[in-house]
Design a protein around this ligand. Structure first.
Ligand code: SF4
Length: 220
């Protein structure tokens, strides 16, 4: 497939536009003070963010930090009712508390994130491809590209691609340098662009990528 602009060039262009996003956001200071593992925060928030906004995830994380401990050990040991109450702002709290408990039991010790297989993660109830890849990339520092609804919307329009989660993921993994930092940043940069310009109704008129985009609309 010939691309109007290579993925590598697109990454550099987005980086020029928006700068480093340093995604996934983690409260390093908290973990330093508490002696907890920052990777636990990624794993917990990867579940909390399912079907809700990041703002609601933050509210739940704040509650856990205030009234509990932001760690997988805490998730394993706290009773389910309390956990549900703490994560209530993220919605679907009954479901998510079960998922968190199961995931925390599986991911013990947290170090397992360095070698666990994607297939085994996907066997856990409620852990889909996107959640698994977030955990592997952002907590495990492993080369798994994450696709979410923003990445998908943008890349399908920009390159005129259509595909399943796996085929879009493969497209990135086959065309990018094997660099974890690039994987982490590129995903976050595309989300940023999709939120600013490539919205459900795209704002192509002001889009800084319109000259390179296959589906730029002249009228919007
Ligand atoms: S030109 Fe339009 S469709 Fe293409 S990336 Fe920009 S906003 Fe999205």
């Amino acid at each position: 497939m010939s691309l109007k602009i290579s993925l590598r060039k697109l990454y550099e262009k987005l980086l020029d536009l928006y700068g480093y996003q340093n995604w996934w956001p983690i409260d390093e200071e908290y973990h330093k003070n508490m002696g907890t593992d920052p990777r636990d925060e990624v794993i917990i928030s990867a579940v909390l963010t399912q079907n809700t906004s990041w703002k609601n995830v933050e509210r739940s994380l704040e509650r856990i930090k205030r009234e509990g401990i932001l760690s997988l050990e805490f998730v394993r040991s706290v009773d389910e009712k309390t956990l549900q109450d703490l994560i209530r702002p993220a919605g679907f709290y009954t479901l998510k508390s079960k998922r968190l408990k199961e995931l925390a039991l599986f991911m013990n010790p947290t170090e397992k994130v360095k070698y666990v297989s994607r297939g085994d993660l996907l066997k856990i109830k409620g852990i889909g491809r996107e959640t698994a890849d977030v955990i592997l990339l952002y907590a495990g520092g492993r080369l798994y590209f994450v696709i979410d609804k923003y990445t998908q919307r943008f890349i399908e329009r920009f390159y005129g691609l259509k595909g399943s989660y796996e085929s879009l993921k493969n497209f990135f993994e086959e065309n990018l340098p094997k660099d974890v930092k690039v994987y982490k940043e590129f995903h976050a940069l595309m989300d940023e662009h999709a939120k600013r310009f490539c919205k459900s109704i795209p704002l192509c008129g002001g889009c800084p990528l319109k000259d390179m985009c296959i589906n730029a609309s002249p009228s919007s």
